[in-house]
Design a protein around this ligand. Structure first.
Ligand code: BES
Ligand code: MN
Ligand code: ZN
Length: 506
């Protein structure tokens, strides 16, 4: 049974107070209260507001600076415990903000959120922030406070709940905060779905969550069962799912903005939803397989983005396609060297059953091109180990057949800290996808290297003439460390960047 907490990530109660810090603290119970204060590049003593905050809890700024020499590195924390009962707070948290640019404030926020997990109240006194800084700080606090759910009996609850209450001191715009929280919640929803174990999370389960979420968010929802997929020739999804006891699904979610007309831009997002990737008959070794419950991260991000579109007033039509299948091993599994017929009729020679992502994605892309009439087609997938080798765990390759599209996505990534790096669609490697027995090979037959690039070249074959972009999030989709904005497990990478990109489109 899906635990309701999974779909509604645990969150804090937020408030803003613009009075002097002394008045704010005078009203609050100090027992379990954390007061967070920024440490700028020039040190604690460089700002009057910081001195005032410390003074309220009986600390002298010069003494604190001399005794603790707090680091100003973005996200570095120095904790000062105060005598219980005596002061207006139990703990002062000095948080490095460096030059106080949005990226630094996001890191600082994450440190605050992480340090305050499980506490009852954090008061954040970071004065004088511009809207972009406010937004970054709020996103950071929310995401740093996230911890992944644990299964205890029938319930899934955060390992440590986020701080119960967050009070922001100073000028904070309500709309800025609300939209930052909506983007953070989308990220957390994607993370929660990624963490769900694959004995629960099969394609039908994902489709059921999409129905629930879609209903709550006012989205159109359509689900293709395996019978529907057969009837309509989705040969890629069927081949990949053929070895599994839990058959594939395709889900379509639609967001229609108020007042939409035939001229309203239409963006289609396609997410890879492999609920577990054993590799299939080209089976993965144990260490490579262990993390593969998160191989549905692309579809989780697409689902979470669609769920947030209405709340964020995304002004364009958005359709999300979740390409859901389990890549399992059995007597009915598809085989290396099989030839399958994809949606739309093209034949593909299977080179390696572990390259299943591009197969399910190609079906969904071809369907979108043929039937949805998108102005922009974008896909997001934990597609290749090669992307991870190329760019590691903090940046993802972006491919596109349109320069303006690449630029807009890179800019949205910079604005949200979900960093993309443009990769080339190297024409010289295309020949490696030529097949002697089918229309196309699904992996590069002649070794040309560049596994993330050849995967992108394969996907490009299915997008027709559409403006198209592809994000390979294999490196950034999961994290092995609890650090910065990332928490261990699925990262939800892409949700905030896609929402930012969509919000600014018109
Ligand atoms: N899901 C994997 C890619 C992956 C690897 C994601 C590591 C996250 C971490 C994908 O389905 C896969 O197995 N790709 C193969 C393709 C190869 C067989 C052409 C790969 O990258 O090794
Ligand atoms: Mn695989
Ligand atoms: Zn995979």
């Amino acid at each position: 049974m899906p635990a309701p907490e999974l779909l509604v990530p645990a969150s804090s109660t937020w408030s803003v107070r613009s009075e002097p810090i002394a008045d704010v603290l005078a009203d609050l119970d100090p027992t379990d209260l954390v007061l967070a204060v920024p440490v700028p590049r020039d040190g604690l003593a460089s700002g009057e507001a910081v001195a005032a905050s410390l003074q309220v809890v009986g600390l002298d700024v010069a003494e604190v600076q001399a005794a603790h020499e707090p680091s100003s590195e973005p996200g570095a924390t120095t904790r000062i415990a105060l005598v219980p009962g005596d002061r207006a707070a139990r703990t002062v948290l000095l948080v490095g903000v460096g030059d106080a640019d949005p990226a630094a404030l996001r890191a600082a926020g994450a440190a605050v959120g992480r340090a305050a997990r499980g506490c009852s109240h954090v008061v954040v006194a970071f004065p004088g922030l511009a809207p972009r800084g406010q937004s970054a700080l709020v996103e950071g606090i929310a995401l740093g406070g996230y911890s992944s759910p644990r299964w205890l009996g029938a319930d899934a609850k955060p390992t440590t709940p986020p701080v119960a209450e967050v009070t922001l001191v100073g000028d904070h715009d309500d709309d800025v905060r609300r939209s930052a929280l909506a983007r953070a919640r989308a990220t957390m929803l994607a993370r929660n779905l990624a963490v769900v174990p694959s004995n629960t999370k099969n394609p039908a389960w994902m489709a059921a969550q999409a129905r629930t979420i879609g209903r709550r968010a006012g989205l159109g929802v359509k689900v293709w069962t395996d019978r529907d997929l057969k009837a309509q020739g989705f040969g890629g999804l069927l081949a990949v799912g053929s070895g599994s006891a839990t058959p594939p699904r395709l889900v379509e979610l639609t967001h229609t903005p108020e007042g939409a007309t035939a001229d309203t831009l239409h963006v289609v997002l396609v997410g890879k939803g492999i609920t577990f990737d054993t590799g299939g008959l080209d089976i993965k070794p144990a260490e490579g397989m262990l993390a593969m419950k998160t191989d549905m991260s692309g579809s989780a991000v697409v689902l979470a983005v669609l769920a947030a579109c209405a709340e964020l007033d995304v002004p364009v039509r958005v359709t999300g396609l979740l390409a859901l299948a389990e890549n399992a091993v059995s007597g009915s599994s598809y085989r290396p060297s099989d030839v399958i017929t994809m949606y739309g009729g093209r034949t593909v020679e299977i080179g390696n059953t572990d390259a299943e992502g591009r197969i399910v994605m190609a079906d969904a892309l071809a369907y979108a091109d043929a039937h949805l009439g998108p102005d922009v087609l974008l896909d997001i997938a934990t597609l290749t180990g090669a992307a991870r080798v190329a760019l590691g765990r903090s940046m993802a390759p972006v491919y596109a057949n349109d320069e303006a599209l690449t630029e807009a996505l890179v800019a949205a990534g910079q604005a949200t800290g979900e960093l993309l790096w443009p990769f080339p669609l190297v024409e010289d490697y295309r020949f490696a996808l030529d097949s002697v027995v089918a229309d196309i090979n699904h992996i590069a037959g002649t070794p040309v290297g560049a596994g993330s690039i050849t995967a992108a070249l394969f996907l490009r074959e299915f997008v027709g003439e559409r403006r198209w972009a592809h994000l390979d999030i294999a490196g950034v989709g999961r994290s092995d460390v609890d650090r910065g904005l990332f928490t261990k497990g699925g990262t939800g990478f892409g949700a905030r960047l896609l929402l930012t990109w969509l919000e600014e489109m018109a």
